[in-house]
Design a protein around this ligand. Sequence first.
Ligand SMILES: *[C@@H]1O[C@H](CO)[C@@H](O)[C@H](O)[C@H]1NC(C)=O
Ligand SMILES: *[C@@H]1O[C@H](CO)[C@@H](O)[C@H](O)[C@H]1NC(C)=O
Ligand SMILES: *[C@@H]1O[C@H](CO)[C@@H](O)[C@H](O)[C@H]1NC(C)=O
Ligand SMILES: *[C@@H]1O[C@H](CO)[C@@H](O)[C@H](O)[C@H]1NC(C)=O
Ligand SMILES: *[C@@H]1O[C@H](CO)[C@@H](O)[C@H](O)[C@H]1NC(C)=O
Length: 623
Amino acid sequence: MSRPNTPLLFFFLMFFQLCQAQRNDSVSCPLDFDVLRRLIQGYKPPSGDRCQFILEGLRLVQSDYLKRTDSFLPRVDSAESCWNAYQALYNQFVPNFDIRKNCGFQTDWISRGCKNITSRAEYEANNSPQTLAAVSTACNQSLLNSSPCATCTTSLSSLQPSDSVNNTVGNVSDCTAYRSIYAAAFANSFGPDDKGNAECLFSLNFTPVKSSNNKQKKAVIAVVVVLGFVVLVLCGSAVWLIRRNKLKKKIRQREITRRWSDLNMNTSNSALESINSSTTLIRFTFDEIKEATKNFSRFNIIGRGGYGNVYKGVLFDGSEVALKRFKNCSAAGDSSFAHEVEVIASVRHVNLVALRGYCTATTNFEGHQRIIVCDLVKNGSLHDHLFGSIGSKLSWPVRQKIALGTARGLAYLHHGAQPSIIHRDIKGSNILLDEDFEPKVADFGLARFAPEGVTHVSTRVAGTMGYVAPEYALYGQLTERSDVYSFGIVLLELLSGKKALMMKNDEQHALVADWAWGLVRSGRALEVIEEDIPELGSLEVVEKYVLLAVLCSHPQLYARPTMDQVVKILDMGLAVPTIPERPIPLTAGIDDIEKSVSGHWGSGRVSSYSRLQAIKLVTDNST
Ligand SMILES: *[C@@H]1O[C@H](CO)[C@@H](O)[C@H](O)[C@H]1NC(C)=O
Ligand SMILES: *[C@@H]1O[C@H](CO)[C@@H](O)[C@H](O)[C@H]1NC(C)=O
Ligand SMILES: *[C@@H]1O[C@H](CO)[C@@H](O)[C@H](O)[C@H]1NC(C)=O
Ligand SMILES: *[C@@H]1O[C@H](CO)[C@@H](O)[C@H](O)[C@H]1NC(C)=O
Ligand SMILES: *[C@@H]1O[C@H](CO)[C@@H](O)[C@H](O)[C@H]1NC(C)=O
């Protein structure tokens, strides 16, 4: 808003006070022009018909007066001071404009109105109660929109007295004006100073104050744009510089930590201290993890499991990683967790997902945190490729590569790593594939840190339904051969395209191992193979894979080969040993078996899946 400069305004006010002193002005004005002042604050009176605007503004002030005093008009002896008050207000917006002179108003007209009616009672006496009620009904709502405004103004036309020149003294408050003055005061509960009433009943349409003229505006905009651009560029380069410095500092810090821990390697005793002794394992801060995952943005989630979510992230050095966040952890197990992570990180093999670092932290809002950071393997998991929507059907050479690579990775865990590591949770979704379909086994050694009761069969067992070896599921007996069983199941999935827990026609579950064994026993091993596998190799080799898979998933522990033997069979063309007989009545349905032994397994602790496997073991042993 363009304010007139203050000394000039002060001069004007002084001038008017001098003039008033000479006139008879002993009675102050009872009208409250502040009502109007508040309404037009920040607005500019329209320059078009100033006198009309002045009249309507005065009527609004009169309406406020009527509401407060039940009287339409100020007394005649206050007319002079009322005009002066109004003049002072108006001069704040439009200087040098004499209201009375320019609009032809005589001083006493402010105190004279429609038919000399001055009070609310006099006015209402001219109208029936029904008319007044109808006006109340029509006008007692927000009049901001045109529709309610039209309803209200239509009802006002029935109010008496209707206008006629002879009823009115002068042209300040005629009988038409009285209708609006009355309605704003008594019919509408928002009152005269409501914006809707001002616009509808008094036609006071305010235009927001605009800054100076167009040329100036354009210049100002140009300057602002240029300034903004300069500030942006400066900020951008500052942020870039800071980030670069930070990154350098971080990398330097890492190197120092690493060298320091190399020095300490031989002297450190506790698991937490020795964690940094591995040359590559990094202990991340929770802030670094949050930065890498964009504060665990859900758009970064690339996997979900019973243990928690897996996030994709970018480290400070720009490398892409997968971050596994365990849920429901407590600080209690941190030292064994750190120790385990250290062991895992020391295991490096082309067919194993490399662990880069980890983080343990206690946060205020999200509880205790355990996160491990691994290399990101970008081509999805074997499960995704076999059963999900990723890519086309895997060709036979690719399947061979996956089988052999997985076997090599596991063989290294069992026989190459010191101490040897049992994976515990081998399954299709833990075998990740890179761009060349080279498999990388993920999550080894971590299954026991997953929370209980999600994928687990019992408190002692970590693993996933369908893949867990029977002796492990039932007795918690954990050896490398349990991993061999799970590998056999994954191999069967890879060959048959069927899931570990198959759906049979009658909507019952069956184990893919039992189904394959049935086919192999009846000499139809090749029927295990999925139809239409591209580039299928020699049937002799294909059959060997099937026999090996069935052998690996043998329910009896010692029938299974070791992972070293598996690699030799696959890689060097050794023959598959004879598969020992497993005398299970294959024709029996799950329900039959469950019914026959339900009394023995009444505790409900073991799931029906492991019960099924147990039954088979029991049957095996008893026959
Ligand atoms: C001003 O008006 C009052 C009555 O309202 C009167 O008594 C007084 O004499 C008047 N003064 C002048 C200077 O006209
Ligand atoms: C009011 O009436 C006077 C004459 O009595 C006239 O000069 C003036 O223009 C009128 N003002 C308005 C706003 O109608
Ligand atoms: C209003 O009152 C004045 C004097 O108070 C009188 O001269 C005039 O005739 C009245 N007008 C009407 C319409 O009653
Ligand atoms: C208004 O008064 C004038 C005389 O002052 C008269 O000639 C005219 O007819 C009157 N108009 C109405 C509508 O009463
Ligand atoms: C107008 O409506 C409000 C409620 O919206 C009510 O409190 C008030 O009494 C009403 N006024 C009239 C005059 O009807």
